[in-house]
Design a protein around this ligand. Structure first.
Ligand code: ASP
Ligand code: MG
Length: 413
């Protein structure tokens, strides 16, 4: 008999009919004899609706404590509805808010971190044969204030509960049937991955693949909670996210291709090349809370150098203004920016044991006549910046070059 934590997202509990379907599904699991703890999100659109109400009444600036008090109600509705649906079907069930379980968090309202989970109450209910339904996304701080874990935080609730209860698996049910090699909207030949490591998933997630809240993947990796992404209403094995790297000859070197259109590039030219210059440039940028992604400093000639980095699109104007000021201050020649760029990354733990991965990437891009503007690498990732209009072409070419295309894809589909 296994203990499984199942998390259902907003679309999976988005209507009474959907909740009925989820209840049917859970009933079947119970009939197999497994212990089930269910975590649910608010009905789809509900969290946005509540945030909007708060904004209306406060001219857009709700007090974080009260905002948490309100948005946590979205999940309180769905846990009760699901528990009712289960009980109506003859499945003993009980619902708990984060406070009732005691999911203890810090006091950082709207993006609190889980500190501790009391497993006792849930354990006792499971022993009595009940399905325990827990509100996702919420907790309580040491003073009894209700907190929330950041958008998409129910994933993290699911994983944290699985860790605290030492569950056999945490299953995340959603509206896709797993994690894909890349976005199927860009590459129709994208494949569902049987499995992927926590590390790879983190890279994919941080690069814009939005299947799971990033924090939940970090949490799962830290506590080694096997995590499975599955479709709520379609049968299938989904994608297993684990620690081990599968020892298999067929395992491709690259697991997936991630991309991000929402980056911009900034260059400061003719910077006097003296100690401390990188800090002079990037210090004020980070002081303005602007996250910098890729950074490249050129080899200097005539004692000046060029410096290029990327930021998220919404930060571009701000960063450009700051950089202009710095250029004047340190006597740099000019500042240039470009928002029409995109980042493409290949991700795979197989890189550790295979040489020539980066050059294979560059070759594939060269064949398509795509110019690479920047390159950065990490142990399991190679990223390039290309002109945005070539993004789709680049992703498709790489998907083919690294043998990720689905073999059975029918062109006429
Ligand atoms: N309901 C919350 C949100 O919309 C949390 C979640 O769905 O995971 O962000
Ligand atoms: Mg979600």
């Amino acid at each position: 008999m296994a203990l499984i934590v199942q998390k259902f997202g907003g679309t999976s509990v988005g209507s009474v009919e959907r909740i009925q379907q989820v209840a049917e599904k859970i009933k079947k699991f119970r009939e197999n004899g497994d212990d089930i703890v269910v975590v649910v999100s608010a009905m789809s659109g509900e969290t946005n609706r509540l945030i909007d109400l708060a904004k209306q009444i406060t001219n857009g600036k709700p007090v974080p404590r009260e905002l948490d008090m309100m948005v946590s109600t979205g999940e309180q509705v769905t846990i009760a509805l699901l528990a009712m649906a289960l009980i109506t079907r003859g499945v003993p069930a009980v619902s708990f808010t984060g406070n009732q379980v005691r999911i203890l968090t810090d006091s950082t309202h709207t993006k609190a971190r889980i500190l501790q989970i009391d497993a006792q109450k849930i354990g006792a209910e499971l022993k009595m044969g009940k399905v325990v339904v827990v509100a996702g996304f919420q907790g309580v701080d040491e003073h009894g204030n209700i907190t929330t874990l950041g958008r998409g935080g129910s994933d993290t609730t699911g994983v944290a509960l699985a860790a605290a209860l030492k569950a056999d698996e945490c299953q995340i049910y959603t509206d896709v049937d797993g994690v894909y090699t890349t976005d199927p909207r860009v590459v129709p030949k994208a494949r569902r991955l049987e499995r992927i490591t926590f590390e790879e998933m983190l890279e994919m997630a941080s690069l814009g693949s939005k299947v799971l809240q990033i924090r939940s993947v970090e949490f799962a990796g830290k506590y080694n909670v096997p995590l499975r992404v599955l479709h709520s209403f379609q049968e299938g094995p989904g994608t297993l996210i684990t620690l081990d790297e599968e020892e298999s000859m067929e395992q491709p070197i690259i697991s997936g291709i991630a991309f991000n259109r929402d980056e911009s590039k900034l260059t400061i030219r003719g910077v006097p090349d003296t100690p401390g210059v990188a800090f002079k440039i990037l210090g004020p940028i980070s002081a303005a809370n602007i996250e910098v992604d890729m950074i490249v400093q050129n080899v200097s000639h005539d004692n000046t150098t060029d410096f290029t980095f990327t930021v998220n699109n919404p930060d571009y104007e701000n960063a450009l203004g700051i950089l202009q000021g710095i250029a004047d201050e340190i006597g740099a020649r000019e500042v240039k920016g470009n928002v029409s760029i995109a980042k493409v990354s290949i991700v795979g733990v197989g890189m550790r044991s295979h040489a020539g991965v980066a050059s294979r990437m560059f070759e594939a891009l060269a064949k398509e006549g795509i110019n690479i503007q920047m390159i950065s690498t990490s142990e399991i990732k190679v990223s390039v910046v290309v002109e945005e209009k070539y993004l789709e072409l680049a992703v498709r070419a790489l998907h083919t070059a690294f043998e990720l295309d689905a073999p059975d894809h029918r062109q006429d589909a």
